[in-house]
Ligand binder design. Structure first.
Ligand SMILES: Nc1ncnc2c1ncn2[C@@H]1O[C@H](COP(=O)(O)OP(=O)(O)OP(=O)(O)O)[C@@H](O)[C@H]1O
Length: 645
């Protein structure tokens, strides 16, 4: 008799559902000639006592994996989306940033495959396609799902079901640009159950791979994660092409197509389920999804927005897709504290530097341009701050490396464009700083969503120049909020002048280094061009002697100027900066208070006497006057304690 059934009659009582699961599994074990004692359903039943997940009716193996990860209960979006998905509904899910949307759509997919599959398949056909707007998000979603799968695998292997290194029961992989296409090709060739992809790389791959296109026509699940962002990043054409593969063709209905490729439509696959998830989706858009039962192009009425248009290209099989809107009022997560600093545009560097020194932690700074990041990175490096850039012009490997460094070090600064605004799950980002005002309210919400995730506390800061005030007002109005709702954070203005001196010096050094780099680059380019054209360069270039080469001479002068400025900056950086009301005499007299703080590790290392307090504490006074839009109570989930305001 199988161990599960033995145990079922003893200490562990299997429910009827688990009994039938056990029988199903045993049957397949008999078929593959494996011993019945290997059936592990009861183990899952024991290891996964998670009563809070009961309503989601998930496969025991998934419950085991959730239990291993410490996810004691579903988040609100998971609680609503998972049962709806099990009822074969199409879902449009909107819930605050960091609220567990990935598993809200991921668990129903894994559950479906697990209940269909008891042995490792000889051939895998794609069951689910998840589209994500950025490479980082696609890689993250794939590793999120793989974290669940790894738990399941380690359990299966632990019970000795398979040989030493068997293929996984379920395989999930990412297909993104910037990484080796051959390697990704090999993974696809081996067979994948769940594919997480960015539209660009996927469309490129499909064009040379009819088999993949055929599998997409027969998908069981299609997920659009952060669909609105996919439009912003200019993936509309690729998205449209991919989505066209998932359409049914029904008699009498006209589907507008850019080309006449008959193969691009399928009249089968009625079982496709479509999930769309985002933290932001306008009410209008939700109504539009609701209004139509069959989403073909209506020629009379033009769609209101690009996303609207994209959604119209989707073929929901569900005549009435389930809309789950749990977005918080005003887009603000209740554990987030917002703040701003109003200053002149050219003072922003000094205020940013002040904030980073005053409140050490993991800070994500959003800038609106790559040039801005290129300027800011060396500046902060010269000021001895650990800083990493993240933008689309970096090589993918570098992007991943920088993100990993940011994740793994507690006091770091990531300077990023909006490619980092959506979906990235870095568990403890302490501060999000908007160096420039985001262009849209949605971007503000998503950027802020990189902090205050999974019910943790978070803090956001807007650096607002006078000509940006209007934008802030417009931004808050479109979130249905009052324009004075974001309080100012207390700034020790007496420190700003000192910090400005450091920043100006760092700027000078950077400019001087830049000139040297530029001169070197030009020399190199001239040399290479001359060689290519078999020309003789003049003595300026040919000789290494200073006398004969004015450009080299200049470089030397600039180098020594830079060295001088650097020494000056080092002297400045070595001098302590004192917080308000703290004098050098007080500190050197060996104040007990500060020595205690140092011992406890609560002293601020960069600003003497400033203490190690959190930024959120320094707006309390202002908050009494202007009430921030926080919910009175926030549900506590997943074993993570929530602090209420
Ligand atoms: N039930 C749960 N209990 C506890 N933690 C959970 C649970 N589900 C997910 N999480 C964790 O919550 C964090 C946020 O999840 P996720 O990235 O899916 O959020 P999201 O809603 O997609 O955010 P965004 O809108 O920013 O993309 C992750 O670290 C995830 O592991």
């Amino acid at each position: 008799m199988c161990r599960c059934l033995e145990e079922s009659s003893g200490v562990y009582r299997l429910s009827r559902r688990r009994r039938s699961l056990c029988l199903l599994r045993c049957r397949s074990l008999i078929a593959s000639g494996l011993p019945l004692s290997a059936c592990s359903v009861s183990d899952w039943a024991v290891g996964s006592a998670l009563p809070e997940w009961e309503g989601c009716n998930l496969h025991p193996a998934l419950l085991g994996a959730l239990s291993q990860q410490g996810f004691a209960k579903p988040t609100p979006i998971q609680r609503q989306a998972i049962p709806a998905a099990s009822n074969s509904r199409d879902i449009v899910g909107i819930a605050e940033t960091g609220s567990g949307k990935t598993l809200a759509y991921g668990l129903p997919i894994l559950h479906h495959i697990l209940t269909q599959r008891t042995t490792i398949p000889k051939e895998r056909k794609l069951s689910a396609l998840i589209l994500a707007p950025t490479r980082e998000l696609a890689l993250q979603v794939s590793s999120h799902l793989n974290a669940c799968l790894a738990q399941i695998e380690s359990h299966r292997r632990g019970t000795g079901v398979d040989g030493a290194n068997p293929p996984p029961l379920i395989s999930a992989a990412a297909l993104v640009g910037g990484l080796s296409a051959q390697k990704q090709r090999r993974i696809l060739d081996r067979g994948v159950d769940i594919l997480v992809a960015t539209p660009g790389r996927l469309w490129d791959t499909i064009q040379d791979d009819d088999e993949l296109a055929a599998q997409i026509r027969n998908l069981r699940f299609l997920v659009l994660d952060e669909a609105d962002r996919m439009i912003e990043t200019g993936h509309f054409a690729e998205m449209e092409n991919i989505l066209r593969l998932t359409l049914r063709e029904t008699k009498g209905e006209v589907i507008e197509q850019d080309n006449d490729d008959e193969d691009n439509t399928s009249d089968g696959n009625n079982s496709l389920q479509t999930f769309i998830f985002s933290a932001t989706m306008s009410k209008d858009l939700q109504r539009n999804v609701k209004k139509r039962s069959r989403p073909r192009m209506t020629k009379k009425k033009a769609p209101a927005s690009t996303l609207d248009e994209l959604l119209l290209r989707l073929d929901f099989r569900d005549p009435d897709p389930e809309i789950i809107d749990l977005s918080p009022q005003g887009g603000v997560v209740s554990t987030l504290v917002e703040s701003k600093i109003e200053c002149l545009a050219d003072e922003k560097d000094a205020y940013l530097y002040y904030f980073l020194l005053r409140y050490p932690g993991r800070s994500l700074v959003f800038l609106s341009s790559i040039d801005g990041i290129r300027r800011m990175t060396p500046l902060l490096e010269l000021l001895n701050l650990p800083v990493y850039p993240l933008h689309s012009q970096l090589e993918q490997r570098q992007r991943i490396k920088n993100l990993e460094r940011f994740k793994s070090q507690p006091n770091t600064v990531l300077l990023a464009t909006d490619i980092a605004a959506r979906g990235l799950d870095i568990p403890s980002v302490d501060h999000v700083i908007h160096y420039q005002i985001p262009r849209t309210a949605d971007t503000y919400v998503h950027r802020n969503g990189r902090t205050a995730r999974a019910s943790r506390n978070g803090f956001s800061l807007l650096l607002c120049a006078p000509d940006e005030r209007k934008m802030v007002r417009a931004l808050l109005t479109s979130l249905d909020r009052k324009d004075n709702e974001i309080p100012e954070i207390d700034v020790e203005h007496n420190l700003i002048d000192k910090l400005k001196t450091r920043v100006q010096l760092a700027r000078k050094i950077d400019q001087s280094q830049h000139k040297v780099r530029k001169a070197n680059h030009e020399r190199k380019w001239m040399r290479e061009a001359a060689e290519a054209m078999e020309l003789e360069l003049g003595s300026d270039f040919a000789s290494d002697s200073d006398d004969e080469a004015p450009t080299m001479h200049k470089t030397k002068i600039m180098n020594s100027k830079t060295a001088r400025l650097k020494a000056e900056l080092q002297t400045l950086l070595a001098k302590p900066i004192y917080a308000k009301g703290v004098s050098a005499k007080y500190i050197t007299s060996g104040s007990r208070l500060d020595i205690d703080k140092l011992m406890l590790g609560t002293a601020n290392e960069a600003i003497v006497g400033a203490g190690g307090g959190e930024a959120r504490q320094d707006i309390t006074r202002v908050k009494k006057k202007v009430k921030p839009p926080v919910k009175a109570e926030q549900e506590e989930w997943g074993g993570i304690t929530t602090t209420t305001e």
